[in-house]
Design a protein around this ligand. Sequence first.
Ligand code: GTP
Ligand code: MG
Length: 335
Amino acid sequence: MNPLAAGVAAGNRRALSKALTLIESNRVQDNAAALDLLRVLTAHNNSEPTTQVDSFSIGLSGPPGAGKSTLIETLGCLMVEQGHQVAVLAVDPSSQMSGGAILGDKTRMPRLSALPQAYVRPTPSRGTLGGVARSTLESMSVCVAAGYNRVLVETVGVGQSEISVANLVDCMTLVLPPVGGDELQSIKRGITEVADIVVVNKADGVTKDAALRAAKGFAATMPLRPPRRRHWRPTVLAISSRTGAGMAALQDTFENFRASLSASGELDKVRGAQRVAVSWSAAEELALTSLRHDVKSKIVFDHLIERVRKGEMAPREAASEVVAAFKRQEERRNF
Ligand SMILES: Nc1nc2c(ncn2[C@@H]2O[C@H](COP(=O)(O)OP(=O)(O)OP(=O)(O)O)[C@@H](O)[C@H]2O)c(=O)[nH]1
Ligand SMILES: [Mg+2]
């Protein structure tokens, strides 16, 4: 067996970290090793009926400061208490523009990070939405191969693309601060459509009443939304990640969700659709990376660029010539 894959399958943390770094890499020279790793681990996951039956991924998305990391800390510890192995990943599809929010910060999950049954990936995976989608799906399956049957994915925003985080995880959870008024209205209109579960956090202290009110507001509009799943009605809960109030009910809701989608066969279908969507976006990503690294294409482009700059040649024509040169190069390589 591939030694890195063997380390991952044996539950070795260093191997897992290395494997995730390899998967997140978009360097051309890492592609072959990443492919080999994934091939072995995919076979491993398929040969372990327990991983197939029991694994479950949850996406937690919401505005900065909503309390996603704190929620994951409290929820993750509860899951471990219930006998689960918990992995935490963070993705930040927006980081290219914003420079990156601090997500999945280990220091915000000190209790969970300290547990031997939990693995918290400290750095969020970044890049283009397509690249992030691919690496997120792969990273989740590597965590499952390493024995983590519950994978929690923290993300800011949900993304507009078809391959948003909402379509990569088994269950999408929207984490909101206690909001009211106009803000509540705009969120209701937009993001609730991609959520399986809506959590209003900070139902404690001075924000308790506002949280309960917001939860009621969401619950009232939920039945009006087209359901995202055939076998699940979106559910709204008010919780406190700080005191733990409502956390057991939230965990029960996750397990009910998993059980009902699993029993109806919907979970398998959802996962199949995730994999298919990611395949095409990964193909696009690979094609783009090969093009960018192709020396001959770069020479052709550099040759044309001055004419494009001066407006003597249409950008589209330069693009056509570069791609034509790239294709010729690929044909020659395949001979
Ligand atoms: N009162 C109260 N405060 C909370 C609760 N959960 C989180 N907070 C506080 O809210 C702030 C943001 O919490 P985080 O968990 O870092 O929020 P986040 O959504 O992960 O933030 P980003 O990763 O930066 O987007 C921190 O000061 C937390 O202590 C809660 O249940 N009640
Ligand atoms: Mg966070």
